[in-house]
Each structure stands twice: as C-alpha cells, then as structure tokens.
Design a protein around this ligand. Structure first.
Ligand SMILES: N[C@@H](CCC(=O)N[C@@H](CS)C(=O)NCC(=O)O)C(=O)O
Length: 206
C-alpha cells in the first residue's frame, strides 16, 4: 500500500490524492504538517530533508515534490490519458505542470495566505490586489489555451490538469475580483463534475 504523508488541506497533497483517486490507486494518508506538525522530526527529515509535504512511501521507496509524485504515479501506476503516450504530449503536460509551480503558484500563495490564513484585520489589501492582478494575467493565458480544448491536452484529462486544476478551485472559491474567463470557468466546471476531484480537492479552504 502506498503511503502519503501530508494533511489534506495542502494543495500539494491534494494534487497527489486527486491523482491517486483518478487512477484508482489505494493510498493511506497520514496527517502531517501545518497544525499537525511532524514534518520537522528527525524521522521525517530522513525521508524528506526538505521538511515539506507531501512525501510518498512505497515499499521503502521514498519520493517528495508533489508534481514529481504525480508524474511517478501516472507513469508507474497509470496509463493514458493520465500519462500521455505521445512524448510531445508528455512534454506539453510537463510544461503546464512546471508553469503552474514556477509562475502562478507564487501569486496564488500570496492570495491564499492573505485571505484564508490571515486574520481580516491583518490582511494586506494591496498585496492581495497586486497578486490577483498578476495571477489574472496568467489565468488568462490558460483561458486562451483552453478556448478550443476541453482539457489541457485536448479531449481528455491528463496529469497536465492536476496542479493547475487544484489551484482553479481555490481561485474560483476565494473572494477576489475575478476576470471573466469563460473557457477557464468551463474547464473548471468539467473538473468539478469528477468525483475524485470533488472528494480530494473541493474541501473547505483552511
Ligand atoms: N514544491 C513542494 C512544496 C511543498 C510545500 O511547500 N508544502 C507545504 C504545504 S502546501 C508545506 O509542507 N508546508 C509546511 C507545513 O505544512 O507544515 C511540492 O510541490 O511538494
């Protein structure tokens, strides 16, 4: 049985849990990190010296970094369309997964931490506004890409949809000024039709 270490209100844990559910891989998850702690112990740091969640453990094999875990699960335990057969499709999937992590995630983190994890009286309105404007430009890029596709690689969902799909729930759920991006919205609604997505990603924002 694959073990996943990490609390389920973490977007990075949600990526892995949603992926496992789509691939029907049984996993056992333990609450680690945040209010649960446990990710700064000697034992945890021996597995994951980065001290972050999630961490995957499978028969003594240990893997960390959420996008890497998603790719591993899709390649080793999944098949097309989640792990694209075509190498160019796989390249494009990696592109959008890395784009989310390096470009969009930093702005989403500011908005999320300010609105969800900061007391209203301590929130930095200017920081929220500025991050929302920057994130809107990036979401518009994805909206444009989705104008003639149901999912990031085409007609079917794949690992490409996972990181940014988790963020799309937070984006639509948070009380910010959303630009009108109808292709993005329709794609997100298609994700929200999926039980694995609803059960692992559409959780209360805490
Ligand atoms: N690049 C890493 C980032 C992991 C990360 O920052 N995880 C956060 C939760 S989303 C974390 O471990 N925070 C500390 C904690 O929960 O105690 C990944 O994608 O796995």
């Amino acid at each position: 049985m694959i073990r996943i270490l990490g609390r389920n209100n973490s977007i990075n844990v949600q990526k892995v849990m949603w992926c496992a559910a789509e691939l029907a891989i049984p996993v056992e998850r333990s609450d680690i990190g945040g209010a649960f702690g446990g990710n700064d112990t000697k034992d945890y740091l021996l597995k994951n010296p980065n001290g972050k969640i999630p961490t995957l453990i499978e028969d003594g094999f240990v893997l960390w970094e959420s996008n890497t875990i998603v790719r591993y699960l899709c390649e080793v335990h999944g098949k097309a369309p989640w792990f694209p057969e075509d190498t160019r499709d796989r390249g494009v999937a990696g592109q959008w997964m890395d784009w989310y992590l390096t470009s969009l995630h930093p702005f989403m983190t500011v908005i999320f931490w300010q609105l969800i994890r900061t007391a209203p009286e301590d929130q930095d309105t200017l920081a929220i506004q500025s991050a929302t404007e920057e994130a809107s430009k990036l979401w518009a890029m994805l909206d444009n890409h989705l104008a003639d596709r149901d999912f990031i690689l085409g007609e079917e969902p794949s690992m490409a949809d996972i990181p940014v799909g988790c963020a799309a729930y937070r984006w639509h759920e948070m009380a910010i000024d959303h630009p009108n991006l109808r292709h993005l919205r329709s794609w997100w609604e298609r994700l929200a039709d999926r039980t694995p997505y609803r059960e692992n990603v559409m959780l209360p924002l805490t």
